[in-house]
Design a protein around this ligand. Sequence first.
Ligand code: HEM
Length: 154
Amino acid sequence: MSFSEKQEALVKEAWEIMKEDIPALSLYFFTQVLEIAPAAKGLFSFLKDAEEIPENNPKLKAHAIKVFKMTCEAAIQLREKGEVVVSDSTLKYLGSVHVQKGVVEPHFAVVKEGVLRTVEKGVGEKWNEEMKEAWSEAYDQLAAAILAEMNKEI
Ligand code: HEM
């Protein structure tokens, strides 16, 4: 099924709201990820030796923002071009960082669940099944592009 204008709008609408609350939502996102997969803590430089998830950590915020923003960009491309296009250099970089850090395919499902829970929390009453589907689809396509690059590396 192709990605509709409505779906693109739902993803963008959510990101616009979430942008206003990055520190709290970044923390929430990592809390969810570690609740689902506690072992993922060891992958992240800013978590592995920390007693608890650090608040306002620039690297933590950067990863959360990247995941949400790139999913939003993926939604725009899916509607415009019917596929996710990430520039070669960005994709190469993303592929190699994740392989180096020991990220494996099942982690992407964990992060997806973290993303969906965080969008739900971030948009409050605006959350609905259609918005969930739109975020799921855009994230899945982006994750597939990153995973394909990771598989080329190993
Ligand atoms: C690093 C994006 C999924 C774990 C990075 C970086 C980017 C990024 C841009 C580099 C940050 C920098 O410049 O330092 C994304 C996107 C994802 C995704 C867009 C999915 C759509 C995942 C998943 C995992 C993961 C599923 C595993 C749970 C990591 C780790 C680092 C990293 C451990 C190194 C961060 C550090 O220790 O400082 N990611 N990522 N990422 N990513 Fe992801």
